[in-house]
Design a protein around this ligand. Structure first.
Ligand code: NAP
Length: 510
């Protein structure tokens, strides 16, 4: 890396959302109808080299109160009064705008989140796809008819159960998919007619602000949208606000616990920490499994909730699998994500690399063996690592097993029976996904039955993608499901309407 990283946005659509302060762009935030510049500015750095690439206007408590008030009083009704067909048209226009401005979003995801160009392009494409699949969510907005004549007390009456928007959804976004997560939560919240307040991640808030600009450009009701730029540690009051009915958080399990404590009685979607086990059976195609598991460990530098963190290999193929996996990991090219040859960019900050190094050191000090990688090559860069732990009692005590180390590192160990593999996979406090590599359907079927996770990928590494297949966790990995059509039930309330026709002579049987 020889020159300072800077952010270069080209589209005129973004011209009015930032001002230049020398080299640095100072971004406004959007509060229920107005783009506002504040004096409290948060510095945004690039993980590529630590350069300051932007500053973002933070909102103080008074500005948040004012914004929530407008969203609640006006925005809640404005979006609800837009007919479903028009809401779909708005989302479709946002998709078109995203496509047209894809270059700027790829730039910001590379420079601000440290994604390789390919990963950045993938996130933009997924976001466009998600917007264009919104009609599938709309189809889930259905109610029920309940006949009254199945109970003597309700004869000559009937009920309709309708689904309607709760009002205001607060979406809290993690740093690893700042654009896609915002888009996904925006689609399933607004398609049934909720207003949307989004709290961007402090590390990379820019894609969220840019997305809001497109939403407004596409005709989304301005009073129904707000970007709450504040630190997570200062969000307790907003989370507790009674005017917000639903909170959709994607973040760590620790944040999930804090949000649940502050939220009070609200509808919750919690997509929390994970890190998945991959189980390799003796009859698996080992070469293919090794290649997929290596991708599962290293994709976006292991900073994915669905990253593989534990590799469980059946004894007869353990040594061979170990060798193949090390071979695959050694093909990963770590470096500046702007270079085409780079397959793994930086971690989000220096602390993330520190945590990975410390977790490996702890494992090694307890007798684990570092089979590959873990070599620090700069503040935010490190080679992917594979750590072997033979003693299962040691394994269960390691940070690498107990916690989610959000970095490109996995532990590998062998198992002799399916029950042992199940016990080790379920022994972690997380329950997001699992991967199984193998051929015997009966053995795979047994694993499917007992793994305590939200999704299982057979002969594939876990990848939530755009959520065409729903995903979400059990245990400390969360509550609820995301995925096209699957989140509608959490952002809508059922309302039962009972029609009484007693004595009107409609039914003959009385
Ligand atoms: P994080 O530190 O938990 O932060 C997530 C978001 O929560 C950020 O916007 C953060 O704000 C905010 N926040 C922090 N403390 C808060 C509080 N007390 N009240 C309200 N909001 C608060 O997570 P991260 O490091 O950004 O993201 C990585 C985590 O997300 C991993 O654990 C990963 O597994 C999980 N994740 C899960 C899924 C899934 O589908 N299950 C998908 C993606 C990521 P600040 O940035 O201002 O601190």
């Amino acid at each position: 890396m020889n020159h300072k990283v800077s952010l270069d946005l080209r589209s005129p659509v973004f011209e009015d959302i930032f001002e230049k302060e020398g080299e640095v762009s100072v971004f406004k935030t959007f509060v229920a109808g107005n783009w506002v510049l504040t004096s409290n500015l948060a510095v945004v750095r690039s993980p590529i080299d630590g350069s300051i690439i932007a500053k973002v206007s933070r909102l103080d408590a008074a500005a948040i109160e004012k914004g929530v008030d407008v969203v609640y009083r006006l925005g809640r009704r404005r979006i609800r009064d837009v007919p479903g067909e028009k809401r779909l048209n708005i989302l479709s226009r946002i998709a078109d705008l995203l496509e047209k401005n894809a270059g700027d979003f790829e730039e910001v995801l590379t420079v601000n989140a440290g994604k390789t160009r390919k990963q950045a392009a993938g996130e933009v494409e997924a976001s466009i796809d998600r917007l264009r699949k919104a009609a599938l969510d709309l189809r889930k907005l259905q109610g029920e008819y309940v006949p009254g004549d199945w109970d003597r007390h309700t004869l000559e009456s009937e009920g309709i159960v309708r689904r309607e928007p709760y009002g205001v959804v607060l979406a809290i976004i993690p740093f690893n998919y700042p654009l896609f997560d915002t888009v996904n939560k925006f689609v399933y919240s607004t398609i049934p007619g909720n207003a949307f307040i989004v709290k961007p991640p402090s590390a990379d808030p820019l894609p969220v602000i840019m997305f809001a600009r497109l939403a407004i450009e596409a005709g989304f009701p301005p009073e129904s949208l707000m970007i709450a730029t504040l630190r997570g540690s200062e969000a307790e009051k907003l989370v507790a606000d009674r005017r917000i009915s639903v909170i959709s958080l994607t973040g760590s399990s620790e944040t999930g616990v804090k949000v649940m404590r502050s939220a009070g009685i609200k509808q919750l979607i919690m997509e929390l920490g994970g890190g998945d086990p991959a189980i390799v059976l003796a009859d698996a195609d080992l070469k293919s499994a090794a290649s997929k598991i290596a991708t599962g460990i290293t994709s976006y530098s292991g900073q994915r909730c669905d990253a593989i963190k534990l590799v469980l290999v059946e004894e007869p193929v353990y040594n061979e699998m170990k060798k193949l996996l090390v071979e695959e990991l050694s093909k990963i090219k770590v470096g500046d994500p702007r270079n085409d040859s780079t397959t793994m960019g930086p971690l989000i900050d220096k602390e993330a690399v520190d945590t990975m190094v410390e977790a490996i050191e702890e494992a090694v000090s307890r007798g684990a063996k570092l089979l590959y990688g873990g070599e620090r090559i700069g503040d935010t860069y490190i080679t992917p690592a594979l750590v072997e732990v033979e003693d299962k009692n040691v394994l269960r005590e390691l940070k690498l097993y107990k916690d989610e180390v959000f970095a490109p590192v996995a532990v590998i160990t062998s198992f002799s029976t399916l029950d042992e593999a199940i016990e080790l996979a379920n022994g972690r406090r997380y329950g997001l996904d699992a991967a199984i590599f193998g051929e015997s359907m009966a053995r795979i079927r047994k694993l499917i039955r007992f793994l305590e996770v939200g999704a299982i990928y057979i002969n594939e590494y876990p990848r939530h993608g755009i959520g065409y297949y729903p995903f979400g966790g059990r245990k400390d990995s969360g509550i609820g499901r995301e995925g096209i059509g699957y989140s509608i039930e959490y952002v809508t309330a059922l309302k039962t309407i009972v029609y009484n026709y007693r004595g009107r002579g409609i039914w003959e049987y009385l």
